[in-house]
Design a protein around this ligand. Sequence first.
Ligand SMILES: Cc1cc2nc3c(=O)[nH]c(=O)nc-3n(C[C@H](O)[C@H](O)[C@H](O)COP(=O)(O)OP(=O)(O)OC[C@H]3O[C@@H](n4cnc5c(N)ncnc54)[C@H](O)[C@@H]3O)c2cc1C
Length: 310
Amino acid sequence: MKILILAEHDDLQLSPSVHQAVTAAQFWNSPVHVLVAGNHADAVAQQAASIDGVERVVHANADHLAHPLAEDIASLLVSISEGYDVILAAHSSFSKNALPRVAAMLDIAMISDVLEIKADNTYVRSIYAGNVLTTIQSTDAVQLLTVHGSNFAAASLGGNAEIVNTEIPASFKKASWKSEVRSQSDRPALGSAKIVVSGGRSLGSAEKFEQVLSPLAYKLGAALGATRAAVDAGYAPNDIQVGQTGVVVAPELYIAVGVSGAIQHTYGMRDSKIVVAINQDPDAPIFQVADYGLVADLFDVIPELTAAIQ
Ligand SMILES: Cc1cc2nc3c(=O)[nH]c(=O)nc-3n(C[C@H](O)[C@H](O)[C@H](O)COP(=O)(O)OP(=O)(O)OC[C@H]3O[C@@H](n4cnc5c(N)ncnc54)[C@H](O)[C@@H]3O)c2cc1C
């Protein structure tokens, strides 16, 4: 039995979630290989090779993998899939885009966002935005899944895996990468920040969102997050949306400011170690998942809190 992990990276840095995927893969107690597909991503291949528990890094290096399309990743995975009994990745937009295509090409089931691995082919996953947990079993010969990163501890460094190059199928011609716009910020990345300050629609405008929350985030060295309502209203950029249809975070400290606590939002932050909620409505659902709650007007208390932090 062999396990293959699809690694997410930006050609320079391996995503921390790969360490969590390696821990998930340990369940099968079998050799774990990691696929690093990119353009001269040698440093990333080295990072993957140094994760404890990884036996081999399969390095796919090609110009067209600099900004990989899901189609190219899928055909690459399928081309090397023989001999692997489990193919997995940490659950993210990247893996959600690529792995269902692999499922279709191999004619097997896609098992998404696994919270717990119960047996070789049996998994716990949530439905209805986390309101119901289901235990499912796949009888497919190859198990294809994404895992909910924050439910698995990160594998530590200390490995020394071999790195092997692999043949790469021709690039997909019907679509091509043109450009991408990345928001620039000197704040920590949302997905890996230790502290997250999130704001809701209650902030009232993009200017107030920035004016009220940024000083607090700056003082705490925190990433900024937002609810979908705040994003839809244009108060915050799409890439900081936390929740079921946004980013899933599990920081040490999550401060929810004027956030109602809808299940689609809490799905993305409920694994946070400590949750602080500030809301003027004592019945707001966010207080049900909060360790500390403050019933107050955010426009009064956030400036006070920010001033009090040295
Ligand atoms: C399929 C689907 C997917 C979704 N995915 C997501 C997702 O990924 N992430 C997400 O966040 N949402 C998601 N949503 C939307 C979600 O259901 C909620 O509508 C949204 O989270 C509400 O955002 P909010 O708390 O900012 O706004 P509101 O519901 O408007 O709540 C505002 C809160 O602020 C409080 N408040 C108002 N003024 C103040 C003040 N001055 N001081 C303190 N508190 C104040 C209010 O009491 C209220 O609790 C999704 C919905 C659907 C249907």
